[in-house]
Each structure stands twice: as C-alpha cells, then as structure tokens.
Design a protein around this ligand. Structure first.
Ligand SMILES: O=c1ccn([C@@H]2O[C@@H]3COP(=O)(O)O[C@H]3[C@H]2O)c(=O)[nH]1
Ligand SMILES: [Zn+2]
Ligand SMILES: [Zn+2]
Length: 251
C-alpha cells in the first residue's frame, strides 16, 4: 500500500535550522509518528498539525532528539485531547523508556500514580516478527548499531521503505535491505567529522550506485545546503514537505 511521508524535522541532534529528525507516515487512514524529539511539539505547531492527529508512535531509540517530546505529547494527548494513542516499541525498550526517561515527570498525576499504560496502548515489537498495525500497514524492526550496545532499531514499512533511525554505516545491512526488495531507503547522514555513531556522507557515497539511487538523506546538520549536488544520486529529504511513496511492482 502507498504511504505519505512528512518529516516534521530532518536535523541532526543539535541542529538549529532543522527540527529533530522525526517523521509522520500516513497509510490507509492511519497516522504514525516515527520518534518524537525535543523539538517535535514546536515543529507540529509550525506545521499547523494538532497533536491529536497522531494515532500511534514508534520509537527507534532513547536519545532526546527521538523521544524528548514525549512528556508534552503524553500530557497533552491525555489531558487536553482525551486520546490514548498506540506506542509501538521494541519489547526491551519499554522499561528503560519509562524508568530512565519518562517516569520522573509523569509518574505523579492529579488523580494518582501513573504508568506508561495510562498514556498509551503499548504494543511490544519483536525482531523477526512483522506487525500489521492496521490492515495494509506493516512494521518490521531491524536492530542497528549506534552507540556500542545501545539498543537502536531501524524500520521497514510495508516491506518496501527502509528507515534507518540512527546507525553507524552498515553496508551489509543496506545490501540485504536492497536485495530483499526495498525500493526506498531513508538514511541518517552526518555531513562533517568521523562516523563514530552515524553514517557519514563519504561512507554512504561508497555504496553501490543502485542503492544510492534509492537513498534519501536525513538527520543532517545545519550546513546541508552546502552539500546539495555533492551527494551522488542520493537526495536530501526536506522537512515539512509531503512525499508519496508507492510500492514497487513485484515480479
Ligand atoms: O560520544 C559521543 C556522544 C554523543 N555524541 C552526539 O550526541 C548525539 C546524540 O544524538 P544522536 O545519536 O543523533 O547524535 C549524537 C552525537 O551527535 C557524539 O557524537 N559522541
Ligand atoms: Zn539522532
Ligand atoms: Zn541517537
């Protein structure tokens, strides 16, 4: 099934011209938010999008540019909108998300103690087990390497769209994703310095050309415009623009 993607931000962790790299995906009437970082509430405000347009959220990993907006999202959806969205998250991340990132600000409510389940329908995801979140909209998580052993997950949506989350350069993974028929690949891209925790642009430029042709660059720094025309066949995805991705014709 086709999907519409709007990046509510395309910036790296500390970018100031671009909001945090978070994506709204619409498919078959369902709106999924991929990550919700510190700047996400302001990005949604600038885009004229109310928070209650979100039906579900997926979390790639626990850095603040990916989950820093959760406290506002959860409080406003519960208390302003009376909405309880779904939270799609790898099973091992559920406890650390609550205990290490959210509990301090959300445990105490006006009516008593609260947990993650008071705000979300929590849907644990397991590696190797794709999940159909609504008919025609499938998610599959893929573990990636980011900071040492920090759990971090890429997504494959509807078997044809790869979304890297934050990862070091992993050409074997990208080759495998290409060979299994993904027709679009959104990848984080570090423009300056060494690729300690992200793929750099020089790394990505070593990929075989057929992979580069299907690669869209995201999670970039404020100097992105200086690199336009220097990315081979890869292109920068732009924040707030709407892109329609169609499934490839399978033979
Ligand atoms: O040893 C360190 C620790 C941190 N950092 C920065 O922190 C950021 C956290 O979000 P991110 O994963 O999008 O990007 C990370 C890097 O920009 C780093 O470069 N080296
Ligand atoms: Zn990040
Ligand atoms: Zn990260």
């Amino acid at each position: 099934m086709s999907m519409e993607i709007r990046m509510i931000g395309t910036g790296s962790a500390f970018a100031k011209k671009y909001f945090n790299n978070n994506a709204l995906v619409k498919c078959n009437g369902y709106t999924l938010m991929i990550d919700f970082g510190i700047t996400a509430p302001l990005a949604m405000y600038h885009m004229g999008l109310p928070l209650d347009c979100i039906d579900g959220v997926f979390v790639t990993h626990l850095h603040a540019d990916h989950i820093g907006g959760f406290e506002e999202l959860m409080l406003r959806l519960k208390f302003n909108y009376g909405k309880k969205p779904s939270l799609f998250i790898e099973e091992g991340l559920i406890a650390p998300l609550w205990n290490c990132s959210l509990k301090g600000g959300l445990e105490f409510g006006a009516e008593g103690r609260q947990t993650l389940d008071d705000f979300f329908h929590v849907v644990p995801l397991t590696v190797g087990k794709p999940c159909e979140i609504v008919p025609g909209f499938r998610l599959e998580i893929v573990p990636t390497r980011h900071f040492l052993d920090m759990p971090s997950y890429a997504l494959i949506l509807n078997d044809y769209l790869f979304y890297s989350g934050d990862t070091v350069f992993d050409p074997q993974l990208l080759q495998a994703v290409h060979e299994r028929g993904c027709s679009h690949m959104l990848h984080d891209c570090q423009l300056d310095g060494h690729g300690l925790v992200h793929a750099t642009l020089p790394d990505l430029l070593t990929l075989p050309e057929p992979i580069q042709r299907k690669t869209w660059l995201m999670h970039y720094g404020d100097n992105m415009e200086a690199f336009v025309g220097k990315t081979g066949p890869m292109v920068f995805i732009r924040q707030h623009q709407s892109y329609s991705f169609e499934p490839p014709a399978r033979t």
